[in-house]
Design a protein around this ligand. Structure first.
Ligand code: NAD
Length: 305
C-alpha cells in the first residue's frame, strides 16, 4: 500500500513511518520541517520512503495513495498560549485543506486517518472519557485539534470522506523535541540545569510509549470499522513530580526535589487527563507493551528501543 503521511519527520510521525516501512509499504511524507522535525532519520536511505518538503495548508493536490495519516501539527501547548494563530493555521486550516483535496478524490476512497489527542476532552477530574464524551478543550492547541475533528465529521457526512480519528494520551520516547516534559527532564539532568516544573507539579497525565501508540495507529488504519474515534491510552497515570522522580531513579539520583525549579503555572492548566481505551483494546486486539514509565534512554543508545 502507499501511505501518505504528513508530519512524518516529527516525533510520533517518524516512529509511524518506521513501522509502516517495516510492514513493507511505501511512504510519501509531507512535512514542512518546523523546528520540531528531524533533519536526519534512519529511514532516509530506504527506497520506499519519499519526503516532500511542503506545508499541508499549501498543497494543491494529493499524490496517489491508499491512505492518508495526518500527524502534521503544531503540538506544544505553551506555544499555543503565546502564539495561537500558527496552531489554527496548521492544525485546523491544514486539515481543512487536506479534506478539500480528499473531497475531489472521494471516488477513490482513500482513508483519512487523523491523529488527534486526549486533550480535546479537556481535563477530567473523575473517571474516564470515552469516545462518545463531549469535546471540551481548554487551551488553543486542543481547541484547534477539536475544530479539525468537527470538520472531519462534516466532510464525512456531507461529502462521503472515510475517516478514522485517533485520540492518544501523552507520548514519550526517542526523538521527542526537548520542549516536552520527559526529554526536558532528561536534558536538564544531563546538562546540570534545574528542571522547570509548572505550578506544584501535581498535574496528572497518562504516559504512553510512542511505539505502543504507533502499533495502535497502524491497527486503526487497517480496521474494517471506519468512521470512528479511537482512544489510545496506557493507564499509566503519574503526576509531573512522579515523572521527575522516576527519571531521577533511572539516573541513580535520590534527591529529585533538589533538581526542580518550580515555575509559574501554565495558564488554563488541565489538572488531569483520563481516557478509556477499552474499545480500542477489545475491538482491535491492542494493548501497550510498556505499561510503566519505560527507561528507553539506555536501550535506545544500544539501538534496542
Ligand atoms: P511534533 O511537533 O514532534 O511533530 C510535528 C511534525 O509536523 C513536525 O515534523 C513538523 O515539521 C510537521 N508540521 C507541522 N506543521 C506542519 C504543516 N503545516 N505542514 C506540514 N508539516 C507540518 O509532534 P508530535 O508530538 O509528533 O505529534 C504528532 C501528532 O500527534 C500531532 O497531531 C499531535 O497533536 C498529536 N499528539 C501528540 C501527542 C504527544 O504526546 N506528543 C499526544 C497526542 C496526540
Amino acid at each position: 500500500m502507499i501511505y501518505l503521511v504528513t508530519g512524518g519527520r516529527g516525533f510520533i510521525g517518524s516512529h509511524f513511518v518506521e513501522k509502516v516501512l517495516e510492514e513493507g509499504h511505501e511512504v510519501i511524507d509531507i512535512d514542512k520541517m518546523t523546528y520540531a522535525a528531524s533533519t536526519k532519520l534512519p529511514f532516509d536511505v530506504n527506497p520506499r520512503y519519499t519526503h516532500i518538503k511542503e506545508d499541508i495548508c499549501n498543497l494543491d493536490h494529493l499524490p496517489n495513495c491508499d491512505i492518508i495519516v495526518n500527524f502534521a501539527a503544531e503540538s506544544h501547548v505553551d506555544n499555543s498560549i503565546e502564539s495561537p494563530k500558527i496552531f489554527l493555521r496548521s492544525n485546523t486550516d491544514g486539515v481543512f485543506n487536506l479534506l478539500s483535496l480528499l473531497r475531489a478524490k472521494v471516488y477513490q476512497k482513500p482513508l483519512f486517518v487523523h491523529i488527534s489527542t486526549d486533550e480535546v476532552y479537556g481535563d477530567v477530574n473523575e473517571g474516564e472519557k470515552t469516545e462518545d464524551s463531549i469535546l471540551s478543550p481548554s487551551n488553543p492547541y486542543s481547541a484547534t485539534k477539536a475544530a479539525a475533528e468537527m470538520l472531519i465529521l462534516a466532510y464525512a457526512r456531507t461529502f462521503g470522506v472515510d475517516y478514522q480519528i485517533v485520540r492518544s494520551t501523552n507520548n514519550y520516547g526517542p526523538r521527542q523535541y526537548p520542549e516536552k516534559l520527559i526529554p526536558r527532564i532528561i536534558h536538564s539532568l544531563e546538562t546540570g540545569q534545574k528542571i522547570p516544573i509548572h505550578g506544584d507539579g501535581s498535574y496528572v497525565r497518562d504516559w504512553l510509549y510512542v511505539k505502543d501508540n504507533v502499533r495502535a495507529i497502524y491497527k486503526v488504519c487497517n480496521s474494517d470499522q471506519k468512521n470512528q474515534a479511537w482512544n489510545v491510552s496506557a493507564y499509566n497515570y503519574m503526576t509531573n513530580l512522579e515523572v521527575v522522580k522516576n527519571i531521577c531513579k533511572w539516573k541513580g539520583i535520590d534527591s529529585y526535589l533538589d533538581h526542580i525549579d518550580f515555575v509559574e503555572n501554565r495558564m488554563g492548566q488541565d489538572y488531569r487527563y483520563s481516557i478509556c481505551s477499552q474499545k480500542t483494546r477489545n475491538t482491535l486486539g491492542w494493548s501497550p507493551i510498556k505499561s510503566h514509565l519505560y527507561n528507553f534512554v539506555d536501550r535506545w543508545k544500544n539501538n534496542n528501543g
